[in-house]
Design a protein around this ligand. Structure first.
Ligand code: HEM
Length: 405
């Protein structure tokens, strides 16, 4: 193997990792990156995702994750106080996975999402009203993060007044995926303890006064024995929904606006023909996949793109590299809102773990983008402040995106 080397913390790589990923895909398609094998070609990545028997989602147990994350003794003392939850959904295989998934699917069905469209629109309009008046503003801080946060909070039945805490807890959960010094480890551990305590108290509260929110629905189904779920399992699923649903949708909105500003002729096409929006959103997901990769573990010895992979090896299915594979997408580094097969992207995964919130995320984007471009006819990047990327090995999104309106 050619052995492509790169520094994941290098700022040029963080800004634009695609040339490196292209070299890996062509020269070293299943590279060993720090003891983990990346799967970078589209067909191979899709086949791994579809084969949950040979590629398990039980990649690490919670205790092992904590040991890796928290080296600092004080951080370990803090995290030891967190409520214990069993692995659910994204961390398990059938048959447990099917039990969890059947239940939450109902809450995120197309019908339920359609019923939320009015309130998503209202939140968008409120946020646009609140955008600071002046020359330029940070689209991420003012719109891209508060929107999914408020939508999820509503679905969970959490008061919007707790939003700042949610933002902090969610950011800290994501910080845990990158390198952390001792101070950060303690903060992340503390946030995690607080988040679990808070949600557990909301679950208890839902028992006493059920509403039509997700928490109440899960609690009721568990009480009626429909899905035989324990409170700890409910808590575990809710934490995942919260974490998986926020940062990813923020990334889609942030990257999407940046791509539209960088491609004004395509923004003009969308203004002229709003029917192009759904295809444009799929292309945004393909072009800048919010999760760049997620984990699997091989359950048997096997071969991937000519590379021997031993049972027990941890893999990263690399959505970011796979979605730019020229074997699948013609001229893959061109952003093209009319691309015919954009929807074949793997940004939401594939197979039994296919994103639970895909219809919700798509609805948020479908509602938000047209409102944003309509509100700001002169929308463009602020040339004084360059877009800033958030460094993370598994996700890709804007930390700051200053726009002029
Ligand atoms: C643009 C936004 C989003 C992207 C790109 C995204 C991406 C993904 C991907 C790639 C997976 C598959 C993980 C795997 O195969 O291991 C996934 C699963 C999941 N997503 Fe999303 N997601 C987004 C939004 C959301 C939202 C809004 C929610 C919640 C409301 C959500 C909740 C989940 C959950 C719970 C799973 C685990 C499903 C399972 O294991 O069965 N996601 N997502």
């Amino acid at each position: 193997m050619a052995g492509v080397t790169f520094d994941p913390l290098d700022s040029a790589y963080i800004q634009n990792p695609y040339p490196t990923w292209a070299r890996l895909r062509e020269e070293d398609p299943v590279p060993d990156i720090g003891g983990v094998r990346w799967v970078t070609r589209y067909e191979t990545a899709a086949s791994v995702l579809k084969d949950h028997q040979r590629f398990s989602n039980k990649f690490l147990d919670a205790d092992a994750v904590e040991e890796i994350l928290f080296e600092d003794p004080e951080a370990r003392r803090i995290i030891a106080r967190r409520l214990k939850v069993p692995p659910t959904l994204i961390m398990v295989d059938p048959p447990e996975h099917s039990r969890h998934r059947t239940l939450v699917n109902r809450a995120f069905s197309g019908r339920r999402v359609v019923a939320r469209e009015g309130s998503i629109r209202e939140v968008c309009l409120e946020l646009l009203e609140e955008v600071p008046t002046g020359e330029a503003f940070d689209f991420v801080a003012s719109f891209a993060w508060p929107l999914p946060m408020r939508v999820i909070a509503e679905i969970l039945g959490v008061p919007t007044t707790d939003m700042e805490d949610f933002k902090r807890w969610s950011d800290d959960a994501l910080a845990a995926l990158g390198p952390m010094d001792a101070v950060t480890q303690r903060r992340v551990a503390q946030s995690s303890v607080e988040l679990y305590d808070y949600l557990a108290s909301r679950i208890e509260w839902s028992r006493g006064s059920p509403g039509d929110d997700l928490l109440s629905g899960l609690v009721q189904a568990a009480e009626e024995g429909l899905a035989q779920l324990t409170t700890a399992e409910i808590l575990s699923m809710v934490v995942q929904i919260l974490i998986a649903g926020n940062e990813t949708t923020t990334s889609l909105l942030g990257s999407g606006v940046r791509l539209l500003c960088e491609n004004p002729e395509q923004m003009a096409m969308l203004r002229a023909d709003p029917d192009l929006w759904p295809g444009a959103i799929e292309e945004m997901l393909r072009f800048e996949s919010p999760f760049t990769g997620l984990f699997r573990v091989a359950t048997e010895d096997l071969v991937l793109d000519g590379v021997d992979v031993a049972a027990g090896t941890t893999l990263v299915v690399h959505f970011g590299a796979a979605n730019r594979d020229p074997r699948k997408f013609v001229d893959p580094d061109r952003f093209d809102i009319t691309r015919e097969n954009a929807r074949d992207h793997l940004a939401f995964g594939e197979g039994i773990h296919y994103c639970l919130g895909n219809q919700l995320a798509r609805a948020e984007a479908r509602i938000a983008f047209p409102l944003v471009v309509e509100a700001f006819p002169g929308l463009a990047l602020d040339s004084d402040r360059m877009p800033l990327w958030a460094p993370s090995p598994v996700s890709r999104g804007m930390k700051e995106l200053w726009v002029r309106v």
